[in-house]
Design a binder for this molecule. Structure first.
Ligand SMILES: [Fe+2]
Ligand SMILES: [Fe+2]
Length: 450
């Protein structure tokens, strides 16, 4: 059975505790050293280094963030913080002797010489302690900063694709592939950071941010439908390129502040046909891309445009992309209006009998985005029902919820608060918001339960 990173961290904590309590020769210490050696070797595998970092109350092993753990782990993290250790790097070939010396030196409290010097003095070369700094590439592999970098790279690559198509060349599939690969990594690893980034409105480069946002929002939807691997990437490609036909649309039409007149609208509509042409003559693009470019302004009842296309069934990818497309367009700042708040967008998009979107996919999208303003009655994956009491500033998609009904539907006398952004000791989220619930159906007044 393969052991996860939390096993490694537990062994590290146990080793440090043993070294604090007993002499280095004590069997308990010896056993801890052996167990820790095995765990480190297993985690290192063929890699040159294994990094255990401590950020606030979180432990990070390479780029996996573990949640707040048991009380013993909390003490362990505090101990490291007292010693000003934010990061421990194990290098390949680290020996049991080095681990033993490391644990022994860590256990020494209140000395004048810095820990790093003492480790060096003991000949420990393959365990390096240090601080996490903003420039630290290891830290950049996780969290919102990494997502920010990926995002801005993606936006400038999208600009390259756009300029190529505008010049009449084929958009370089390799450039597109790099964007999709980097987005796929984040969509798989840290969806929240990416989704949060796509919500930033400070980017004024609408054409290119729109390409990347629609790709990211579509891939996140597809991932939540359990699509992965090559198909997930194809969805990403198609989403990224959905508006590429607009390279032929005159700027005065593209950026016109007011309503388009009939002739301008005719010109604008042309982008779906042009896009399909451009993508069809780029053979390395997945076949899905021209289909989605052609279909993305068609509604469920085939109203919209292109007109008179006969009977057809919209591609799943088209339905996903059109949700991401409209959402991003409404949320972005445009020359003629400010981006709308998510709650307002949700109201617009889920207007009753709106034929623009597939109802099931739209509901899933709303859930995925976690658009739950304070006061929303929500059902959790645990079947508990509660009211959103606060948003989590670092993770707008995982609110704080006051639990009002238990999983059997019984009203709770003393409601408790659940922070749905908190992970359990395994790094999983024990609670997640599944959907919002009509307060009337629960006979609840959200304001009185807040
Ligand atoms: Fe479009
Ligand atoms: Fe679009």
């Amino acid at each position: 059975m393969s052991k996860g990173p939390d096993d490694l961290v537990r062994r590290l904590a146990a080793g440090m505790r043993a070294a604090e309590l007993y002499s280095p020769q004590h069997p308990l210490v010896q056993r801890s050293v052996q167990a820790l050696s095995v765990a480190i070797a297993a985690h290192l595998g063929d890699a040159a280094t294994l990094v255990v970092g401590f950020i606030g109350d979180d432990v990070v092993v390479n780029d996996t963030r573990l949640g707040k753990g048991s009380a013993s782990l909390t003490g362990f993290i505090r101990g490291l913080r007292d010693r000003e250790v934010e990061k421990i790097t194990f290098h390949r070939g680290v020996t049991a002797e080095e681990i033993q010396s490391f644990l022994t030196e860590m256990a020494v409290k209140r000395t004048r010489s810095p820990l790093a010097d003492r480790l060096a003095g003991k000949g420990v070369r393959r365990i390096v302690i240090g601080k996490l700094s903003a420039e630290d590439p290891q830290q950049d592999q996780i969290g919102i900063e990494a997502a920010r970098k990926v995002y801005s790279n993606a936006v400038s690559s999208a600009e390259t694709l756009w300029e190529q198509a505008k010049a009449g060349d084929k958009p370089d599939p390799e450039t597109a592939r790099k964007i999709i690969d980097s987005l796929a990594n984040i969509v798989n690893g840290d969806r929240t950071s990416l989704m949060a980034l796509t919500a930033l409105k400070k980017y004024d480069n609408y054409t290119f941010t729109h390409m990347v946002n629609v790709a990211a929002l579509s891939m996140a939807q597809a991932r939540a439908l359990n699509l992965e691997g090559p198909l997930l990437r194809e969805f990403g490609f198609a989403a990224l390129m959905h508006d590429i036909g607009k390279v032929n649309t005159p700027l005065e039409v593209l950026n016109k502040p007011g309503k388009l007149d009939a002739e301008e609208f005719r010109v604008m509509k042309q982008h779906v046909v042009d896009g399909a042409h451009i993508l069809r003559r780029t053979p390395e693009m997945p076949a899905l891309a021209p289909i989605v470019a052609f279909e993305h302004h068609l509604k469920q009842d085939l109203s919209g445009y292109p007109e008179k296309i006969g009977h057809r069934k919209l591609n799943l990818c088209t339905m996903i992309v059109s949700i991401a497309d409209v959402f991003d367009a409404l949320r972005s700042n445009r020359p003629y209006r400010e981006g709308l708040a998510t709650s307002r967008i949700r109201a617009i998009m889920s207007e009753k009998d709106n034929p623009a979107f597939n109802g099931v996919l739209l509901r899933r999208f709303v859930n995925l985005m976690g658009l739950f303003p304070i006061g929303t009655i929500v059902r959790l994956n645990t079947d508990e029902v509660g009211v959103v009491t606060a948003e989590h500033p670092e993770d707008p998609f995982r609110p704080q919820v006051k639990i009002l009904f238990d999983r059997r539907g019984d009203k709770i006398d003393a409601p408790t608060l659940a922070n749905t952004w908190e992970r359990d000791s395994r790094g999983a989220f024990p609670r997640a918001v599944i959907e919002s619930v009509d307060p009337d159906s629960m006979e609840l007044d959200p304001l009185t339960v807040l």
